[in-house]
Write a protein that binds this ligand. Structure first.
Ligand SMILES: [Zn+2]
Length: 175
């Protein structure tokens, strides 16, 4: 059955009786700030909260198509200015949707939908993964390490992984 927004609202309603208030920034001491950044794919089969048993407030999770750090730079920098990350992991996964779509095909569909926007569409990139997953993880790590705007604390503490959606195992990618 396809999940609907109405179903989500009903599920949310059911959570309210057990809801615990979450502290504002103004109520947190520095040691309560989240220092862990997780960059991963938007794929609904790759859920970092489940993979790592995350609790509220433990990690900032940024997700995009493919789990490519390159598309998340502004988000990383703005949140880092608030919390100063000291840990960063990148998790990509087997059978990623980004290994199935192709930038050119996405663009082709968009040109048909909006022919007047050809220039804008030509300049877009969608994070397709054409090589190995290991290499794609390395690409994200290298992007962060080589970017002058990214903090040293992040650069020195990045680890990369491939999550196997069949076995649940995480394989570390040395980079
Ligand atoms: Zn994916």
């Amino acid at each position: 059955m396809v999940l609907t927004s109405q179903e989500l609202l009903q599920r949310h309603e059911a959570t309210l009786s057990g809801f615990t208030p979450i502290p504002f920034f103004s109520e947190m001491t520095p040691d309560q700030l989240c220092r862990m950044l997780i960059i991963t794919c938007a794929d609904p089969r790759c859920i970092p909260e489940n993979i790592f048993g995350l609790k509220t407030g433990e990690a900032v999770v940024l997700r995009d198509a493919g789990g490519n750090a390159q598309f998340l730079l502004e988000h990383i920098l703005s949140i880092d200015s608030l919390v100063q990350f000291t840990e960063c992991i990148i998790v990509q996964h087997t059978d990623c949707g980004a290994t199935h779509f192709r930038n050119q095909l996405v663009k082709q569909g968009l040109r048909e939908r909006a022919p007047d926007h050809k220039k804008e569409i030509d300049g877009m990139t969608f994070g397709e993964i054409t090589g190995s997953l290991d290499d794609n993880v390395k690409k994200s790590i290298a992007f962060l390490r080589e970017n002058a705007l990214v903090s040293d604390a992040i650069k020195e503490n990045i680890r990369g992984f491939v999550f196997d959606i069949k076995t649940g195992e995480l394989k570390e990618v040395e980079a």
